[in-house]
Design a protein around this ligand. Structure first.
Ligand code: HAM
Length: 416
């Protein structure tokens, strides 16, 4: 038998409901980002390798083990983007956009990381993200986090997540902390895993990120970052926390949250769920004031986040239960206003619906059938008097009277 050609491991095809779920998660992000004043942008999926290797750090897992890097036919080293932030910053610099600050940019699209595939972890996955570039003030960290909060709320998953937040301070604080860590981990070097011993030589901060069981006890007794923060860094972080408290955002302060990419400073954060096994981070981000300079750009402070679309699809399960379109048929012209009110309410609840012409009901029913509509609502004077409408199932040939206030709940229970 001829062997079927399969897709590449960790890369999936999307059809029908799966695709609709993806689009919904992306569309909600687009809507919320717009509410916060972010403009959608698109940058190439392929970039020169240095766009990622310098800002993300040679020693980060992403750059050292996970990128899809190859030489093109002109012998240039290119990399499929493993994340969006570095490419966005490259595009801001190469297009001279720093004359238009602040920039508030939204993006969505595929990213590529050569990781071991499992539930919620793919080699080609999709992210949505926002980047706010050009403001160093702490209120913008809080604004970005609030945008994340409201995005997760719009997917009905905020209750399943906990915001973990930390500060990596400014360069002076990080240098001071790095010296303390080097001292501490050098004394304990022989007890560390091989990978952490390697990190000690190049980037000791990343040891705190280690998942190796052998490292955990040593990490738990490591010097604390908060004792090494200078007063500017402390002030920045306190203000961010204060803004979050004013907005009643629940968070935990997690000093071990260093994140896997080197470009971060000051605030870092992740929304973590316990419902997706070990791939619990659904949305993560932070401030990256030094990133632009690693790409030979000017000083450009920035803060942003990205969220994994596949993980959010898993977490939001059936929240996106869009029932097939409902037809709304007014009996007479004078019932149009009531019909508009009802149909707009359905749409505001994510129920796709179509308004048909008034008049000859059987003609409108035929039209509904030709558009694959199974359920229709018939709106007439007689029923409106008692605040009711007729809900008819065209495939079963049954109908019942429903109070308008119960209509949304009733439609949610219908067969698709
Ligand atoms: P990140 O934490 O590396 O941050 O990725 C953000 C999100 O992408 C993760 O929280 C996760 O939901 C999703 N993700 C990452 N890897 C995979 C994978 N292999 N399969 C499925 N989902 C995955 C960044 O990428 C930064 N650029 C975020 C940022 C924006 N920081 C500032 N601005």
């Amino acid at each position: 038998m001829v062997k079927k050609i399969q897709s590449i491991r960790g890369m999936v095809d999307l059809f029908h409901q799966e695709m609709r779920d993806h689009l919904w998660v992306i569309q909600q992000a687009r809507t919320i980002a717009k509410l916060y004043g972010f403009d959608e942008v698109s940058t190439p999926i392929l970039e020169k390798t240095e766009v990622f290797s310098r800002p993300l750090g040679q020693t980060s897992d992403v750059v050292s083990k996970e990128t899809y890097t190859f030489n093109d036919r002109g012998d240039d080293s290119l990399t499929l983007r493993p994340e969006g932030t570095a490419g966005i910053m490259r595009s801001v610099i190469s297009n001279g956009k720093f004359n238009e600050l602040p920039l508030k940019l939204f993006y969505s699209g595929p990213m590529f990381r050569y990781e071991r595939p499992q539930k919620g972890r793919l080699r080609q996955f999709n992210q949505i993200g926002i980047e706010l570039i050009g403001i160093s003030e702490p209120f913008s960290d809080a604004e970005v986090i609030m945008c994340g909060v409201n995005y997760l709320k719009s997917l009905n998953v905020l209750d399943k997540c906990l915001l973990n937040i930390n500060t990596l301070g400014d360069k002076e604080s990080r240098d001071k902390y790095r010296s303390s860590l080097i001292k501490y981990f050098t004394i304990n070097n022989s007890k560390l895993s091989n990978i952490s011993q390697e990190r000690l030589k190049i980037n000791p901060l990343r040891i705190l990120d280690s998942k190796e069981a052998q490292d955990q006890e040593i990490i738990s007794k490591a010097p604390s970052f908060s004792n090494h923060l200078n007063s500017d860094s402390k002030k920045h972080f306190d203000k961010v926390l204060n803004y979050l408290e004013v907005h009643n955002v629940k968070y935990v302060y997690n000093e071990k949250l260093v994140r896997g990419l080197d470009y971060y400073c000051h605030t870092t954060f992740e929304f973590i769920t316990d419902q997706l096994g070990s791939q619990g981070t659904v949305l993560g981000g932070g401030r990256y004031d030094g990133l632009s300079e690693t790409l030979n750009g000017p000083y450009l402070p920035g803060v942003g986040f990205a969220a994994g679309v596949e993980r959010l699809v898993l977490l939001s399960e059936n929240n996106n239960k869009i029932v097939s379109s409902i037809g709304v048929i007014p009996i007479e012209e004078k019932n149009l206003n009531a019909s508009f009110e009802i149909i707009e309410n359905l749409r505001s609840k994510n129920i796709s619906s179509e308004l048909f012409n008034y008049g000859n009901i059987s003609k409108q029913i035929k039209k509904s059938i030709s558009r694959n509509i199974r359920h229709i609502i018939i709106i007439g004077d007689q029923e409106l008097k008692t605040k009711q409408v007729i809900l008819r199932d065209l495939s079963e040939g049954t109908q019942k009277l429903i109070f308008i206030e119960n209509l949304v709940d009733e439609i949610m229970t219908l067969d698709k």
